[in-house]
Design a protein. Structure first.
Length: 473
């Protein structure tokens, strides 16, 4: 069962981490892609804005007589940007075309090809996007503006793009089948088409591959960590499971014996119905004794369940049961008096040193149970002819109750577990005097309920000492 629980724990953690990483990394890739598309959109619009600005400047010069030289038919000679895209008559590429193929930009004022500007503290930065810019005439003919081109498009791709965008609205979009982003916009009376390769916004693919590798590596590391933490996290569960199985075995044995005796006594009594009750008193007394033992076990279980319920209610904000003023000195003296006969029968010296007038707020019945459990436990495990010492004293703002008995010490293996529920030390040490393994667990719960604690120390020289510290009012 614990193995299956551990596997489920690891699987749940791994699935949760995998989902979280996948969602986060996918969001990063989406944001990166959107930013890249926005960058392409900005580059295309910037190219159109520059071309429109240059066109307006040229028109302004023409209005003041400083325009371009006229051709023989009286019209202005073609703009350098337009002429720069056509080849010379001898078949050689023009300087603008050479600059275009080299990825350069022609300066608007000088007409000299220059590479894109990069670097500098005053620049905002950003990716340099290759752009192909065209003006569109009224009949749909597209003319390349080589002055602003940093990319070229093959003629067949350009024709297909022109056909698809002939009736398209202005704005930014994409031609997935051609692998192009575009911006169609009219500025300064001229319709412009700017294109950029869709690969300009495909950086998210490399990012996604990198993040996928990071995710796999992270999951591998987290798997190793989960293996370790699953053992640590399930250790209390494994301990509780072991204790519960031990309790089930011990409780079954403890209940089986009295039930067997009760059934045997009842069978004997029923075999002789003619006999009087007095003549069969031994069977009835034995039955009563075994039934009382069973009642004690059930009572302990109910006490623990009730205390757990009160603790859970207190943690959820509910009020604890009302406390009362308790004279702890009187409680301890009363419990010592109750066990004097038990100690006398075993030949054990029972001594007490109780400081008078020690009072606190608490539950008197449970404080009696605490003291009675510690004294009873000491009387059970004291050696023959040994001694049990009970001491109650005031230590600052705390009351200190110490119960010591001589005899064989608790083994180092058992010492950390004596307050665990359902735990019983080696019966070879206790001589079969062990209870159900609930008494000390109840005693510790009572001490903690009153804001104190219960500890134990056991050595061959000093014997075994249980010490309860409780805060005074």
């Amino acid at each position: 069962m614990l193995k299956k629980l551990r596997i489920k724990f690891i699987a749940l953690n791994m699935a949760t981490v995998a989902v979280v990483l996948t969602v986060v990394f996918a969001a990063i890739c989406v944001v990166n892609h959107r930013q890249s598309v926005a960058t392409v959109d900005g580059a295309l619009n910037q190219a159109i804005a520059q071309a429109s600005e240059h066109q307006s400047r040229q028109m302004g010069k023409g209005a003041f007589g400083e325009g371009q030289p006229e051709s023989d038919n009286g019209q202005a000679a073609p703009d350098d940007g337009e002429a720069g895209d056509s080849q010379a008559s001898d078949g050689r590429k023009s300087p603008a075309q050479a600059a275009e193929q080299a990825g350069a930009v022609v300066d608007a004022s000088s007409g000299v090809a220059a590479p894109p500007t990069i670097g500098g503290r005053e620049r905002s930065g950003g990716q340099v996007i290759p752009v192909a810019l065209f003006s569109v005439s009224a009949d749909g003919a597209m003319t390349a503006l080589g002055r602003y081109n940093t990319a070229s498009i093959s003629q067949d791709v350009l024709e297909q793009a022109g056909e698809q965008l002939a009736g398209a609205d202005e704005g930014f979009g994409s031609l997935s089948d051609l692998g192009l982003f575009y911006v169609k916009r009219q500025a300064g009376g001229v319709m412009y088409l700017a294109f950029a390769d869709m690969g300009s916004a495909s950086g998210w693919r490399a990012l996604a591959a990198t993040l996928a590798v990071v995710e796999v590596g992270t999951l591998a590391v987290f798997f190793v960590i989960s293996l370790f933490f699953s053992r640590w996290a399930l250790r209390p569960v494994a301990r509780a499971w072991t204790q519960q199985r031990r309790f089930v075995a011990d409780a079954s044995h403890d209940l089986k014996t009295p039930l067997t005796v009760i059934l045997a006594n009842t069978s004997i009594a029923l075999e002789h119905p003619e006999r009087s009750v007095a003549s069969q008193s031994q069977w009835l007394e034995s039955t009563q004794h075994e039934a009382e033992a069973m009642q004690g076990l059930v009572g302990d279980l109910l006490t623990l369940a009730k205390m757990d319920e009160e603790e859970a209610a207190a943690q959820s904000g509910a009020a604890r049961p009302a406390l009362e003023e308790v004279d702890l000195s009187d409680v301890i003296e009363g419990e010592v008096l109750q066990f004097e006969s038990v100690a006398f029968e075993r030949g054990v010296r029972l001594e007490s040193q109780v400081e008078p007038g020690i009072e606190l707020r608490g539950n008197e019945q449970r404080l009696r149970r605490l003291a009675g459990t510690l004294i009873d436990n000491a009387c059970k495990y004291v050696d023959d002819g040994g001694a049990v010492d009970v001491a109650l004293s005031r230590s600052g703002k705390q009351a200190r109750l110490a119960v010591r008995n001589t005899g064989a010490p608790i083994s180092p293996e058992d010492l950390p577990h004596v307050f665990d529920r359902f735990y019983r030390a080696d019966k070879a040490r206790t001589g079969g005097a062990g209870g159900h393994g609930l008494g000390l667990a109840i005693a510790r719960a009572i001490a903690e309920e009153h804001g104190g604690n219960l500890s134990v120390a056991s050595t061959q020289a000093e014997g075994t000492v249980f010490t309860a510290t409780l805060p005074l009012k």
